[in-house]
Design a protein. Structure first.
Length: 324
């Protein structure tokens, strides 16, 4: 099985799983927000997860894979859906995929800023203020998407297409490919803008994560042991939520962009990088369900009631047999 086939199957499976887990988080957020409407915390989780869901959905439909040929950075759609659409619609699909790739990391960036205000500054930070902060990244990404849309071309006919058909072992499939001229001033500006955006987003995570951990350590010296345990847990959660975005998103995409600038062959690295990046929404949702206490309790109470009751019955029967 070729890298292309493996990547396509992996993308479809991870995409479907990610969408299902996103729906679970969105529904859980809705239920928790209905119960505690005075708090916007659960609403914000649901808001972020809606973008995670769109990220997973767009990646599943478009199924991008990067390729490099003759100073042209090419994005190939491995999806059967886009093959029979007009080029304008295909180009829009490519652009939406790039937009999701740029916007979703802002979920964690703005969320770290939100947690800093709640935990350290003790400031009221409602959903309107949160959305305004998020909109700053959104406007930046929207401008990038508009420029990207008009800079690139989707084609089936040029020499890059013919080269890819021969060297990528396409036989009966007719993939949509998008050509991105990275050596032009506009192409270089787009690549630089994307890299700056990722640096700013992860800098938010590192800066506010560091401030939160520092504040928690200061408070830990003054509080009782039970409170100290809670603060230690917050520190561990912040560490995990800063680590996995670096491993599955920021590091792969940075290495990929460096290779593109240096004109290296990015075929295998491109598949690996895009595969890792598709894990991002799934890990975001799992971190909410498993690390946020209210979500974990809700999940355990509703989804494992039968398992827990069965375990309790088994333990009761075991105790009674011991007494006999």
């Amino acid at each position: 099985m070729t890298y292309r086939n493996t990547y396509t199957i992996f993308s479809q499976v991870i995409g479907i799983i990610s969408q299902l887990v996103c729906i679970i988080v969105i529904l859980t957020s809705y239920k928790l927000h209905k119960r505690r409407k005075q708090s916007d915390y659960n609403w914000i989780f649901g808001f972020n997860t809606c973008f995670d869901y769109l990220y997973a959905l767009i990646f599943t439909i478009v199924n991008l894979a990067p390729f490099f040929h003759d100073e042209i950075f090419v994005l190939i759609s491995e999806s059967d859906i886009l093959q029979y659409l007009p080029t304008t619609v295909a180009r829009l699909g490519f652009t939406l995929n790039i937009g999701a790739l740029l916007l979703v990391p802002a979920n964690l960036s703005v969320h770290f800023w939100y947690r800093y205000n709640i935990l350290c500054n003790i400031q009221a930070c409602g959903k309107r203020r949160y959305v305004r902060q998020y909109a700053m990244f959104g406007i930046w990404v929207l401008v990038h998407m508009v420029v990207f849309y008009y800079h690139v071309t989707v084609t089936h006919k040029d020499e890059h297409y013919k080269y890819i058909m021969v060297n990528r072992m396409y036989h009966y499939e007719v993939p949509s490919i998008l050509g991105f001229e990275k050596k032009t001033p506009l192409g270089m500006m787009l690549m630089l803008d994307a890299q700056v955006m990722f640096i700013v987003q992860y800098s938010f995570i590192l800066y506010y994560g560091y401030k939160i951990i520092k504040k928690m350590k200061e408070k830990r010296m003054l509080n009782m042991s039970s409170t100290q345990k809670a603060q230690q847990y917050v520190i561990r959660v912040m560490f995990v939520q800063a680590l996995y975005p670096f491993l599955v998103f920021f590091l792969p995409i940075t290495l990929l962009m460096i290779c593109i600038r240096q004109d290296y062959n990015v075929e295998k690295l491109g598949y690996a990088a895009y595969g890792l990046m598709q894990l991002f929404p799934l890990l975001n949702c799992l971190s909410i369900l498993l690390l946020v206490p209210s979500y974990r309790r809700k999940l355990m109470n509703e989804d494992t009631t039968l398992i827990r009751s069965t375990i309790q019955k088994m333990m009761t029967n075991r105790r009674s047999s011991v007494h006999l």
